[in-house]
Ligand binder design. Structure first.
Ligand SMILES: CC(C)(COP(=O)(O)OP(=O)(O)OC[C@H]1O[C@@H](n2cnc3c(N)ncnc32)[C@H](O)[C@@H]1OP(=O)(O)O)[C@@H](O)C(=O)NCCC(=O)NCCS
Length: 178
């Protein structure tokens, strides 16, 4: 159910927002719906972006709580014509506030900051199945540029690892029997 939006501010992320941003991402990037984003979202994503490019880490504060966020950075490629690129890595809006324009407001603030830094192209990516996000990106002016394929390989536990673990647990003294 969409909640009625209260007082909303778009502002730069602060250290006290780190936990709220991480947990909001956990709610949005679920293993069922967005398996790749789920696997790559962890607390270090938030702390790394926040410590390396804080100017491009924004939150939407709704009635004093984090209702959305953007984590982005800039990439400088000296030898290229446009030199400075913006990379929008993560964007998320609490389901309760989706389709109320929060994502758009976060993005506009980011774009403004990128423009001031001389960014000429902004890159974003998401999973092919993430149709909602793709619709959002198209609305804000992005167009699919290239297909990017994620590959994954499951590593089976080797027989050696299993037998070593079994040996270790056999040799481990039971509690109170040292
Ligand atoms: C993608 C996301 C950030 C959009 O945020 P939002 O606050 O709901 O977007 P807005 O309300 O600002 O939408 C702006 C416009 O984008 C388009 N749009 C947004 N969500 C859409 C959807 N689910 N379906 C179709 N169009 C959509 C619409 O044109 C919308 O304008 P409208 O509501 O007037 O029609 C949000 O859906 C989200 O958090 N998704 C889960 C996380 C995610 O997948 N992030 C992207 C990968 S990192």
């Amino acid at each position: 159910m969409k909640r009625k939006q209260g007082k909303t501010t778009i502002r730069q992320m602060e250290i006290d927002d780190i936990s709220a941003v991480y947990h909001l991402g956990e709610k949005l990037f679920t293993s069922e719906e967005l398996p790749i984003l789920y696997r790559t979202w962890d607390p270090y994503e938030v702390t790394d972006y926040f410590s390396s490019d804080p100017d491009y880490c924004l939150v939407a504060e709704v009635d004093g709580k984090v209702g959305g966020f953007i984590l982005a950075n800039t990439i400088i490629k000296e030898a290229t014509a446009w030199k400075r690129y913006g990379y929008l890595s993560w964007i998320g809006v609490d389901e309760a506030f989706q389709r109320t324009g929060l994502g758009l407001r976060l993005y506009r603030e980011l774009e403004e900051r990128f423009r001031k830094e001389g960014v000429r192209m902004i890159i974003a990516d998401t999973e092919t199945e993430n149709e909602e996000a793709i619709a959002f990106f198209k609305t804000i002016g992005f167009s699919p540029a290239r297909r990017h394929v994620w590959l994954a390989k499951n590593l089976r536990r080797s027989a050696n690892t299993d037998s070593r673990k079994a040996r270790e647990s056999r040799n481990k003294p039971e509690s109170g029997k040292i």
